[in-house]
Design a protein around this ligand. Structure first.
Ligand code: IMP
Ligand code: MG
Length: 183
């Protein structure tokens, strides 16, 4: 792992090594396995991966979850460059047939929470039985919404990060570790 990487016009430095991320995912997966042990093949849990950022987190979770589940995806987007625009676009709509299902929203990071609030509303409108939020990262200094973040792998300060699925204008998702903007 290099200690610095450059993406577009910005330089990032190593922030969270891959093995620490994986350890945090182990702990979240253990909680999910305990909480959803009652799922059955007739009543599987829907793991709703939010594209594209949560792809790697969702894959790592999948390898560790041992209850019946269905994998689905959708895509909302709010970020441009290193800033949230506050305006949410639906790029891939929610999957059909969610009515009556238990859903776990798998997010890469909760920042302002605008995305997660919209996602919760969409799921309620789709008449799901229950929805929970499972996020790899949260920035507690920024997140002030009422939506409960049920499963959080790691908390980070209010800094812009990339890697492990997260991007800076689409680059950096394939970096194994998490890097932070070097200011
Ligand atoms: P929110 O709607 O402000 O909570 O932003 C959530 C989305 O913004 C995440 O799913 C990410 O795609 C993106 N995002 C937020 N913070 C970062 C960051 O530090 N690096 C890269 N993307 C981020
Ligand atoms: Mg993004």
């Amino acid at each position: 792992m290099d200690s610095k990487v450059t993406l577009h016009d910005k330089t990032f430095k190593l922030f969270i090594p891959n093995k620490d991320i994986e350890k945090a995912i182990d702990a979240v997966a253990e909680r999910l396995n305990a909480d959803y042990a009652d799922a059955t093949d007739q009543d599987p849990v829907v793991l709703l991966c939010t594209l594209n950022g949560a792809i790697i987190f969702a894959a790592e979770l999948l390898k560790r979850l041992n209850f019946p589940l269905i994998l689905k995806a959708c895509k909302l987007s709010s970020y441009q460059g290193t800033q949230s625009t506050g305006y949410i676009k639906t790029e891939v709509p929610l999957p059909a047939h969610l009515e009556g299902r238990r859903v776990i929203i798998v997010e890469d990071i909760v920042d302002t929470g605008n995305t997660i609030v919209v996602m919760k509303d969409l799921l309620q409108a789709a008449k799901v039985r229950d929805s929970k939020v499972c996020t790899l990262l949260v920035k507690p200094e920024v997140y002030k919404k009422d939506v409960k973040l049920d499963y959080v792998a790691m908390e980070i300060p209010n800094r812009f990060i990339v890697g492990f699925g997260l991007d800076y204008d689409e680059l950096g998702r394939n970096i194994k570790d998490v890097y932070v903007l070097d200011e």
